[in-house]
Structures are given as C-alpha cells and as structure tokens.
Design a protein around this ligand. Structure first.
Ligand SMILES: [Zn+2]
Length: 65
C-alpha cells in the first residue's frame, strides 16, 4: 500500500475559501472548496484530480507565513 508521501506534490494557491491547484498529470486546474477553517488552513491535503483521478498532495503555505 502506497503512503500519501508518494503522491506527486503541487503547490496550491488560496483564494477566499477555495484552493486552486493544477494537476501535474493532465494540466487541468482544479478547485477545492473548504467547508471548515481547519481544513482550509492546514499545510497539505491529499486530493484526486476531477478529470484523471490522479492522487495529488496539494501544499499550501501556512496562513500568514
Ligand atoms: Zn488530472
């Protein structure tokens, strides 16, 4: 079983309560909408591309950093 650390990492950008990132596999821009500040402000999250389903670790700098 692969761990989350093996997923490709991309840097996301925060806009309001959304995080945008570009899939490294198919170059599609994806948007994550966060429902809670706890999710929004954590430094990384694992997501799947909505187009190609590639699992990706999206990194965002800590708020205020
Ligand atoms: Zn993709």
């Amino acid at each position: 079983m692969r761990s989350a650390k093996n997923y490709p990492e991309v840097r996301g950008t925060r806009t309001g309560y959304m995080i945008r990132y570009t899939c490294p596999q198919c170059i599609l821009e994806n948007v994550i909408v966060n429902n809670s500040p706890k999710d929004h402000f954590k430094g990384e999250r694992t997501v799947s591309c909505r187009s190609c389903r590639t699992r990706i670790t999206v990194l965002t700098p800590k708020y205020g950093a």
